[in-house]
Design a binder for this molecule. Structure first.
Ligand code: GTP
Ligand code: MG
Length: 261
């Protein structure tokens, strides 16, 4: 008997946000089970990520891949970390492309956190990495003490807009399981958010690597590069690990490198 060919249909969702904002807890809430480690307390982040596969989030054939990212806490990175971040960003986007493109960005924000890095994280993912081409929504965590969790949004949406943080949808949640009613309501509201906003046609990169580098440089506000050693190392890595041809790797490395302060 001829083997039936099955087409895997998947939507890729990228979750980003400050360290400890509740990203991994949010993944567990979406999955309704503990699949992501929480409370890891890792310090420096250079845009690494973990992919979780949710085969049957809704009552259809669509698989959801959720990418739990560890962003950049402070744009003033050491050269090595800066270098690694660019490579990781490039790898993340390549992996997402290989999985069919990105359908949704979820910005995870914790209630009561200082809003200093709020705009820069938003910029990095929404404006720099995705150039505003992928729908973005916000999930606010730690709202179990609110009588009506949604009221957080009513109180805070104007100040988000004033910080030029504009999202297409939002959910106000708690990820705590012992808050039974609020937990269930949170799970449903986040799933609904995904259902309503994950793009029907996922966006594939179309990124030229050198553009990621210059965009990063602008985002981080670094001066122009001169450091030959770092440039050489970066060029070698781009050739070896990212498979770039030498002339392009050199061009990219020149764009990326900057003088160590
Ligand atoms: N009270 C409360 N605590 C929460 C909530 N969501 C997450 N937490 C706690 O906040 C801490 C950080 O949560 P994580 O999910 O690990 O946060 P994260 O963003 O994945 O952290 P990193 O991966 O280290 O960046 C953990 O101790 C969680 O239990 C929530 O809705 N309410
Ligand atoms: Mg985490």
């Amino acid at each position: 008997m001829a083997k039936k060919r099955s087409v895997i249909r998947a939507k890729n969702i990228v979750i980003f946000g400050a360290m400890g904002a509740g990203k991994s807890s949010l993944i567990n809430l979406i999955a309704d089970k503990n699949i992501a480690q929480t409370g890891s307390n890792l310090k420096r982040c250079t845009l690494t990520w973990t992919k979780y596969t949710l085969p049957k989030l809704f009552d259809d054939e669509m698989q959801h891949n959720v990418f739990d990212t560890m962003g950049i806490e402070n744009p003033e990175l050491e050269p090595e970390e800066y270098h690694r971040s660019i490579k990781n960003a490039s790898r993340l986007l390549r992996e997402l492309d290989a999985c069919g493109g990105t359908s949704l960005l979820i910005y995870c924000v914790q209630k009561g956190r200082d809003s200093g890095a709020l705009r820069s994280n938003y910029q990095l993912f929404h404006e720099v990495l995705y150039r505003r081409r992928v729908p973005i929504v916000m999930v606010v965590t730690c709202l179990e003490d609110e009588r009506i969790m949604e009221e957080w949004w009513t109180r805070n949406c104007a100040s988000l807009e004033a910080s030029q943080i504009v999202v297409e949808g939002h959910a106000c949640v708690t990820t705590l399981r012992n808050e039974d009613e609020k937990y269930k309501a949170s799970r449903e509201v986040v799933r609904q958010l995904i259902r309503n906003h994950a793009a029907v046609a996922p966006v594939s990169g179309g990124w030229k690597h050198e553009k990621i580098g210059s965009a990063f440089k602008r985002w981080m506000g670094y001066p122009d590069p001169e450091d030959k050693k770092l440039q050489n190392k970066l060029q070698k890595d781009l050739e070896g690990q990212c498979g770039m041809k030498p002339p392009l790797a050199l061009k990219v490395a020149k764009t990326f490198t900057y003088t160590q302060r």
